[in-house]
Design a protein around this ligand. Sequence first.
Ligand code: NDP
Ligand code: 2IT
Length: 449
Amino acid sequence: MTDIPQLTLARDPHENEFIQAVSDVMTSVRPVLEKTPEYRHHSIVERIVEPERVITFRVPWIDDMGQVRVNRGFRVEMNSAIGPYKGGLRFHPSVNQSILKFLAFEHVFKNALTTLPLGGGAGGTDFDPKGKSDGEVMRFCQSFMAELFRHIGANTDVPEGDIGVGSREIGYLFGMYRKLKNKFTGVLTGKGLGWGGSLIRPEAAGFGCVYFAAQMLATRNDALSGKTCLVSGSGNVAQATTRKLIEMGAKVVTLSDSSGHIYDEAGIDAEKLAFVSRLKNIRRGRLSEYADQYPHAVYAPAAPGQASNPLWRHRAQCVFPCATQNEIRKADAYHLINNNVKLVCEGASMPCTADARYIFIDKGILYAPSKAANAGGVAVSGLELTQNSIRLTWLGEEVDNRLKIIMKGLHDTCLAAADAYGSPGNYLVGANIAGFIKVADSMLDQGII
Ligand code: NDP
Ligand code: 2IT
């Protein structure tokens, strides 16, 4: 706890996820702060942990029975030193200010690492889209945007999807923004291809994560081909990660949702993945149906309250947590190590607890923190904004090539920063230091604001 600015603890003692994210960055950047008195003199740390603005608002909507319901909406505008606030909207019952501050804080550094001019933000609501009709989701999104539209804009704050927000929700949100502002601008990313979206955006976080993993393995003269992989989640990031792993010749044996996981020893191939995409994206069903469709696969229900998750007890060389924060804990990390894991690459935001990530690093496992490994999503969001600005749509191949270049540059930047500050090969330290220096220097240049 000594690395967390005391003010953060004093002001927000219950914001556990935010404190975890701040502690992670501050522990890594300690040598930078020691070497750079200007940062201390200008209170960069004290300023960087305080959001520039937090907006909270009431979201009333009418359900299919005619009952009025009320949820809470948020947008955390964390830092705009290098560009408009940028980051996802999460719709999940667990959403609170701590989770959104952690996501927004992560975005400040992740977005800096992409090399694109993007600041950091995040938002969302405790509304649960699960089990709601399309009409209910649309009315909710319209009410949410009826307040949010005042605070966002293509040059101000540009939201995108996150957990529970996919193309359906972005469509309803964009439609309402356009109606309220009478403007067609790139105010949201993740838009449909027919109305300003970018090819490869839906796949970008997962593809980028696999490109990053391939780069890490290459530093040890190794490759993904032939590796057995565990993937968690079955949403946007998990599906794209699985697709790219299959394309690269790896074997993915697990997927999960919040109810449980499936283990398919034969491997999830392209046809089985297409079944999962239809199940999750169109029918919005539960992953347990996978084992009905493919009876050789085993379904295990989630075991909440236990110290470890049975998904991480399977043997694999490569692990891609792609569901949610803190899904790999200390006991899970030891299970994976005992099963000779070689690489852990975070598709989800902060999916490993601090204990778990330090175990991986201590044991010499290739470990990529989310702010580096899943930056492909926000990077292609930046490319979507570029295409909107120049009113052009690039070919998928062009976007994918740019994504590959960004992920390679990001990988090398992390290694170079880790090296320069005495932690060779440590991607966690490298990502935190490189992202921090870029934002801190921009803040210094722009004065006390
Ligand atoms: P989706 O909503 O598409 O999928 C989320 C998946 O995770 C679902 O399978 C969901 O299961 C599962 N899940 C959600 N919450 C929990 C929980 N509390 N416990 C167990 N499982 C859970 O979201 P995304 O794929 O977009 O996002 C997943 C992660 O990736 C998040 O951490 C997000 O921040 C990060 N990310 C997303 C990007 C994007 O562009 N969308 C980009 C970069 C990172 P169920 O269906 O049961 O809810
Ligand atoms: O966590 C993430 O990187 C996202 N949810 C995507 C954010 C974005 O603005 O593209």
